[in-house]
Design a protein around this ligand. Structure first.
Ligand code: ATP
Length: 402
């Protein structure tokens, strides 16, 4: 259908980039990137109107997103940009070919295009040796200034390398090393760096990518004190296990896996340095404060639990509950990854799977009805009842009333 609308408007339409790459590799990819040789917005809007789909256009960039009813998305880009240099002036039209458009991309493997319209329907366009690089499993930039132009590509290269099981080519790796040496990565804005790190930590095997970043000397651009050593590497490996475990619980809740990895990566640095790393990454002030507070709180609770276990003291479910209830799931998983004690790991897993869902059937309203004067006593009483529930000393409402 995309091709048909292209034919009607007499616009050459191509599927490009990651979609074509994954198609040839036999990998799943739900995002189609479409490039139109001409006015992409006109194309997207015509197509969406025809199908009754939603479309969002960005005039300034000549791009649009078509959203299918099932959430499936098509990104449309124009190889022609039309803009008004001064108000009232005639539009300046800049038309470039598909080839020029593809040349602006990050790696050769992302430069393949398949024609969707016209007589050439289905034809593969490979201007930069992408097919060969897919076969050789090689990540290559298109020109020597690629990383200077956009340093985020350094992280993208690592992400694709690890995800696809490819290898950054020797020449490209040398360009990475050069960009590192020349300090081009210092110029990378915090938000963009954070986005890349988050993308890496959302991949299936973030630890290998982190090792690779470490090997190329990239971690110090987050914070000079972040280095990989045995301890944070161990915690990072454990994060993989605990987040997989958490996934398998099929809870409705989603967790920001990148936060767990980030806490693990920075586990050995001081609170001040952690704050510095968050600042470098332009984490919003609000979220930064929350992260550091959580980190401190989490470490304290971890210490308490480990001390208890080390001393062989008795730990009741209610103890676990009240230790852990103020922590976010991300920090709970971090604690599970960090502890060296199986008992502590079991405490946290018991909390996540059972204890945190325990409630009392008596509420504040019930206490009011019983004629109790409102006040801090309420919390105390309800916590006592909850404690009894958690420890299995109260199984019913009647038990609670007693
Ligand atoms: P995925 O979405 O599965 O991570 P993708 O290849 O679709 O992989 P996107 O980040 O969605 O990656 O980018 C879409 C396309 O835009 C890519 O194929 C790539 O060619 C291009 N692109 C993205 N970021 C850059 C960049 N920093 N420099 C040049 N081209 C880029």
């Amino acid at each position: 259908d995309l091709g048909r609308v292209g034919d009607e408007l007499e616009l050459p339409v191509y599927a490009v980039g990651g979609f074509v790459r994954d198609l040839l590799l036999g990998n799943e990819n739900d995002d189609i990137d479409v490039s139109v040789e001409g006015d992409g917005i006109l194309f997207a809007e015509t197509f969406a109107a025809r199908m009754g789909y939603r479309v969002k256009s960005h005039e300034k960039f000549g791009t649009a997103v078509i959203v299918f009813p099932d959430g499936f998305k098509v990104d449309v880009a124009s190889t022609r940009l039309e803009y008004y240099a001064t108000p009232g002036a005639l539009p300046t039209v800049e038309r470039s070919s598909l080839k020029m458009d593809l040349y602006r991309r990050d790696f050769t493997i992302n430069t393949l295009a398949i024609r969707l319209s016209g007589a050439d329907f289905g034809m593969l366009f490979d201007y930069f040796g992408a097919y060969r690089d897919l076969q050789e499993k090689s990540i290559r930039v298109l020109h020597n200034l690629s990383f200077v132009e956009d340093p985020t590509r350094v992280f993208r290269a690592i992400r694709f390398e690890q995800r696809l099981g490819f290898q950054i080519s020797r020449h490209t790796e040398n360009l990475v090393k050069n960009a590192v040496k020349m300090g081009f990565l210092d110029k990378l804005g915090g938000k963009r760096l954070l986005n890349e790190l988050v993308a890496i930590m959302k991949e299936r095997e973030p630890v290998r990518a982190i090792l690779r970043m470490s090997g190329l000397g990239l971690l110090r651009f987050i914070h000079p004190e972040i280095v990989l050593q045995a301890e944070n590497l161990r915690v990072l490996d454990e994060v993989k296990k605990v987040t997989t475990w958490f996934d398998l619980l099929y809870l409705a809740e989603t967790v920001e896996v990148w936060v767990v990895y980030f806490l693990a990566l920075t586990t050995a640095i001081s609170d001040d340095s952690f704050w510095g790393a968050c600042t470098r990454l332009s984490v919003s002030e609000h979220y930064r404060e929350r992260l550091i507070e959580m980190r401190i709180h989490g470490e304290q609770v971890l210490e308490v639990m480990e001390r208890k276990v080390a001393r062989g003291e008795d730990v009741r479910p209610s103890d676990i509950y009240f230790w852990l209830r103020g922590l976010t799931t991300e920090v709970l998983l971090y604690i599970m990854a960090k502890t060296r004690r199986d008992e502590v790991r079991k405490f946290v897993s018991l909390f996540v799977t059972r204890l945190r869902g325990v409630t009392t059937s008596i509420t504040g309203d019930d206490l009011k009805r019983l004629g109790l004067p409102a006040g801090p006593r309420y919390r105390e009483i309800l916590d006592r009842i909850l404690t009894a529930r958690l420890n299995g000393e109260a199984a019913s409402r009647d038990d609670e009333l007693r």
